[in-house]
Design a protein around this ligand. Structure first.
Ligand code: 2IT
Length: 444
């Protein structure tokens, strides 16, 4: 495989798609060695095929706001790869959404879903719709309008969307309602559903919980533990909430959360009613965390990210490229021992390079945050069997899956000096399963 050649041709075909090209380069660089040991991959042009999505749907979403004005947004669904199972991946509603961001997410999802051990292909979708400041009725009308286009492309054995940034339980409810009306069937076509209509226990907590199960294993493998560690978290959405809850339960002290307005430093630790309050912040639809500081007497740092706080463990839980080279340098200088990406591609390539160079434990998003989609997979299984598991059953399966992912990362990522390169391990393990499935199924 000639990475530079492949990247040049991709850059020429998709100019300016920075996030997508960044995600592809990382995976290709990690798998180069193992790829070259398999001439059959090269012959079948697996690398060239795996980096392009199978298809992209783009559609117009017209809806009417509360003032009676017509609004127009763009909607997308990117079906990336279904070699190992039906397309699966979230929907993101955020003004930054564009083909590059959704392609990077769909590409990452393909390897993440492969790592979960469950039969799920990779996809992603969403819209440039901005939920900030929208009323409940506006959210409902937008979701309904979005689904009138999307429904034709999805199905319980074809493509199963779920939530991501800007899409939580409420949005999934409105999307599901419209799907059910149009398709005239009740199926597990979306995950993250409410418990009353086919949802799974633990799904709302799963991304954060799974992330902490993984980070706990990273620390234990390095001979230490999560108990007593100080933790910085970015974001304050569903993922940050689940992570804060589980980290606290495990005996760690979470000292930060953040939003687009800045970050909150709470020296006393974010636990109990303070974690519950994160849900109130989210439901306000204002996309700000500063009210937390006012309510609990914590410090607020306007316009800043939480990476300059001295902690043992840093957990990016907000969005892509939220932790850069300078942030990494500061964290390392302050003695960080472990960085677990719970957001997708939370660290820039330069930051990752610094962590690896300095032998800091670094867990990439596609491994650390895979508990969310894994539990979506468990929701699909329950829907297909027309029954519900208890929270203990779901949590036990989630534990097992995170442990299996950790094992795969160690197997493919351990270096000669004993350092575990989780990025390489996750990329190689995720890739091998998809590549072998593609090879077995011929050129299609
Ligand atoms: O990035 C992700 O893995 C998700 N947003 C969850 C996807 C899913 O299908 O549950």
């Amino acid at each position: 495989m000639n990475i530079e050649h492949l990247m040049q041709s991709l850059e020429a075909k998709h100019p300016g798609e920075h996030e997508y090209l960044q995600a592809v380069r990382e995976v290709l660089t990690s798998i180069e060695g193992i790829y070259n040991e398999h001439p059959e991959f090269e012959k079948a042009k697996i690398a060239e095929r795996i980096v392009e999505p199978d298809r992209i749907f783009t559609f117009k979403v017209s809806w009417v706001d509360d003032r009676g004005d017509v609004q127009i947004n763009l909607g997308y669904r990117i079906q990336f790869n279904n070699a190992i199972g039906p397309y699966k991946g979230g929907l993101r509603f955020h003004p930054s959404v564009n083909p590059s961001i959704l392609k990077f997410l769909g590409f990452e999802q393909t390897f993440k879903n492969s790592l979960t051990t469950l039969p799920m292909g990779g996809a992603k979708g969403g819209s440039d719709f901005n939920p900030k400041g929208k009323s409940n009725a506006e959210i409902m009308r937008f979701c309904q309008a979005f689904m009138t286009e999307l429904w034709q492309h999805i199905g319980p054995d074809t493509d199963v969307p779920a939530g991501d940034i800007g899409v939580g339980g409420r949005e999934i409810g409105y999307l599901y309602g419209m799907y059910r009306k149009l398709a005239r069937e009740n199926t597990g076509v979306l995950t993250g559903k409410g418990l009353e209509y086919g949802g799974s226990l633990i799904r709302p907590e799963a991304t954060g919980f799974g992330g902490l199960y993984f980070v706990k294993q990273m620390l234990e493998t390095a001979g230490t533990s999560i108990e007593g560690k100080t933790v910085s978290i970015s974001g304050f959405g569903n993922v940050a909430w689940g992570a804060a809850l589980k980290a606290t339960e495990m005996g760690a002290k979470v000292v930060t959360i953040s939003g687009p307005d800045g970050y909150v430093y709470d020296e006393a630790g974010i636990s109990g009613e303070k974690i519950d309050y994160m849900l109130d912040l989210r439901m306000s639809n204002n996309d700000i965390v500063s009210p937390y500081a006012e309510k609990f007497g914590a410090k607020f740092f306007a316009g800043k990210k939480p990476w300059d706080v001295k902690v043992d463990v840093a957990l990016p839980c907000a969005t892509q490229n939220e932790l850069n080279e300078e942030d990494a340098r500061t964290l390392i200088h302050n003695g960080v021992i472990c960085v677990g990406e719970i957001s997708n591609m939370g660290c820039t390539p330069e930051a990752i390079e610094l962590f690896i160079e300095n032998k800091i434990m670094y867990g990439p998003g596609k491994a650390v945050n895979a508990g969310g989609v894994a539990t979506s997979g468990l929701e699909m299984t329950q829907n297909a069997m027309h029954l519900n598991w208890t929270s203990e059953e779901v949590d036990a399966k989630l534990h097992q899956i995170m442990s299996d992912i950790h094992e795969q990362c160690v197997k493919h990522g351990r270096e000669a000096d004993g350092y575990i390169n989780y990025m390489k391990g996750a990329n190689v393990a995720g890739f091998l399963k998809v590549a072998k499935a593609m090879l077995a199924q011929g050129v299609i």
